[in-house]
Write a protein that binds this ligand. Structure first.
Ligand code: PRP
Ligand code: URA
Length: 212
């Protein structure tokens, strides 16, 4: 597994505002959107392209187009929805699937409540969007599902990760044939006794969309 932690001054500036408990939902949504667009640059670094020749007003030029089949972008609901627009703005031709998962607040185990994902992901590059990689249970379950559908190249884009979540993904998928990359804005210190990232930003879904 490749892990990329951005730790870029502009990204850290926006993450600081995102983490701040005084930041309201409209601002939180705007910041999440801007952060994903910045992270998308790294997340798409090795996206498949096909050489093409085009004509500029001056001369013929060699360029590239995104290769077929188109990538699939999958936000993990709810909080991943706050990252969708920022990603598809850069890749408007990408297909979008939806995966609904919720973590039980006591057991910290995820359950899946919605699955609108293409049945066949063979040969498709998959971008999973979820702002929070905490225990890693949700992302492992999501990746297992993608692999069952034939995906072999997956990039997870997160805003915050805990070392515990990175370790779980490494333990589960290193040594398998999965080509997995995790792109994150910041890596935090640890999880607390309730499975929340410390210092973190609290409950990402609640901060984006309100308390359920
Ligand atoms: C949050 C978050 C991740 C998950 C991370 O979702 O968006 O999906 O928790 O935790 P884990 O790494 O320990 O599995 P939550 O279950 O709170 O649902 P929500 O997005 O609907 O708020
Ligand atoms: N889910 C969140 O929304 N926040 C955390 O800190 C951990 C899981």
């Amino acid at each position: 597994m490749r892990t990329f932690i951005a730790d870029h001054p502009l990204i850290n500036h926006k993450m600081t505002a995102l983490r701040d408990e005084r930041t309201d939902s409209p601002t939180f949504r705007r910041l999440a959107d801007e952060l994903v667009t910045l992270l998308a640059y790294e997340a798409t670094r090795d996206i498949a392209v096909t050489p093409v020749t085009i004509q500029t007003p001056v001369a013929a030029a060699q360029g590239v187009h995104l290769s077929a089949p188109t990538p699939v972008v999958i936000p993990i609901l709810r909080a991943g929805l706050g990252m969708l627009e920022g990603m598809t703005r850069l890749m408007p031709t990408a297909e979008v699937g939806f995966l609904g998962m919720v973590r039980n607040e006591e057991t910290l185990q995820p359950t899946t409540y919605a699955d609108r994902i293409p049945g066949d992901l063979k040969g498709r590059q998959v971008f999973l969007l979820d702002p929070m990689l905490a225990t890693g249970g949700s992302l492992v379950a999501a990746i297992d599902l993608m692999r069952e559908r034939g995906a072999s190249k997956i990039t997870a884009v997160c805003l915050l990760a805990a070392p515990e979540g990175i370790k779980l993904l490494t333990d589960r998928f290193d040594g398998t044939d999965l080509d997995l990359t995790v792109v994150c804005a910041n890596l935090d210190e640890r999880l607390n006794e309730n499975g929340y990232i410390v210092p973190g930003l609290g409950d990402a879904g609640d901060r984006l969309f309100g308390v359920v």
